[in-house]
Design a protein around this ligand. Sequence first.
Ligand SMILES: NC(=O)C1=CN([C@@H]2O[C@H](COP(=O)(O)OP(=O)(O)OC[C@H]3O[C@@H](n4cnc5c(N)ncnc54)[C@H](OP(=O)(O)O)[C@@H]3O)[C@@H](O)[C@H]2O)C=CC1
Ligand SMILES: CC(=O)N[C@@H](CCC(=O)OP(=O)(O)O)C(=O)O
Length: 339
Amino acid sequence: MYNIAIVGASGYTGGELLRMLLNHPEVEITDITSRQYDGVEAHKIHPHIRDSGLVFKDKKPSELDADVVFTATPHGASMKIVPDLLETGAKVIDLSGDYRYRDTAVYEKWYGIEHTSDAEAVYGLPEIYREEIKKADLVANPGCFPTGAILSSYPLVKNDLVDRIIIDSKTGVSGAGVSPSQTTHYPNIADNVNPYKISNHRHMSEIQQELKGFEGVKVSFTPHLVPVIRGIQTTSHSFLNKENENITTEELRKIYKKEYGGEYFIKLMDEGEIPHLSSVRGSNFAHIGGFEIDETGRVIMLSTIDNLVKGASGQAIHNMNIMLGLKESMGLEFYGLHP
Ligand SMILES: NC(=O)C1=CN([C@@H]2O[C@H](COP(=O)(O)OP(=O)(O)OC[C@H]3O[C@@H](n4cnc5c(N)ncnc54)[C@H](OP(=O)(O)O)[C@@H]3O)[C@@H](O)[C@H]2O)C=CC1
Ligand SMILES: CC(=O)N[C@@H](CCC(=O)OP(=O)(O)O)C(=O)O
């Protein structure tokens, strides 16, 4: 059994880590930290997790003794915690944006804060960086929008088929975390669709980092908040380059099958099937479909994930399994909640 600690366990991704790790056969949760709920039983904050026996403690990173620590803390906070955790000898999986960038100047530009840690991390998208994750002490778990966006477009850029990608995503409200705000206030959300940060959401830079390295493909991104609790639906519009303007939808399908055919958590939709948000809710699966090309040379790809699972805590556990040499899908082999 491996000992596991969760820092920032009172938030939404912390609650999801608890839900899934309590059912994982090879781990035991030894510490869950919270500054505001020191001494409070876990189920008082996460009422779905009863009888776990876990109690929040306001512990410092250096007081934790675990094989793996998840930092489910906001960006800016994680980089102050992670270096001390690495000092304890633990492997660390950070759910924030702090370690996702290969160039910290890009982080500083998009997050507007100074980057103060020089710990080296691997970008934790298992379908692309599996070999690097196996050897990593620190994994930067990807952002929720980037997970759905990168997975649905990666085969297009890897095979040099497109030169322009426009990504349009709809997200559930839990993406904003546990603290209430005007944006997440019920009357402002319900019966509404709210586009936000339409040209400058920080996840655009993360998606670009992973996709535009291939022959300078141009990538843009616009998010929308919709009245659901969980899930991200992404539609990407990509434009075929001159050399590939005659590619067919069957050829596209073959390319995706070759890339993802062996991936447990990626389900490619059959012809005529649309990936639904409700089918992935609560699960670690990404559903990818579309594969259509219109008469202007636009490839339309669709993906759905649960932002709290494949977009955060489930993917973090997938990374943990890889880092520990366990079966990759261990503790995550459950379907979504449809309807
Ligand atoms: N929600 C989502 O869908 C996704 C979230 N993420 C990222 O994962 C991380 C956690 O997200 P989420 O769970 O939604 O966030 P929440 O706001 O729900 O929870 C974060 C928790 O971190 C603790 N915390 C806040 N500030 C600090 C600090 N300065 N030092 C130590 N602990 C702190 C708080 O616990 P307490 O006050 O009790 O100590 C809080 O409950 C964030 O970086 C987020 O961007 C990534 C992908 C998806
Ligand atoms: C609905 C909502 O507010 N979503 C968040 C998603 C951010 C997130 O969780 O990702 P990071 O880990 O990169 O912070 C947002 O748009 O900022």
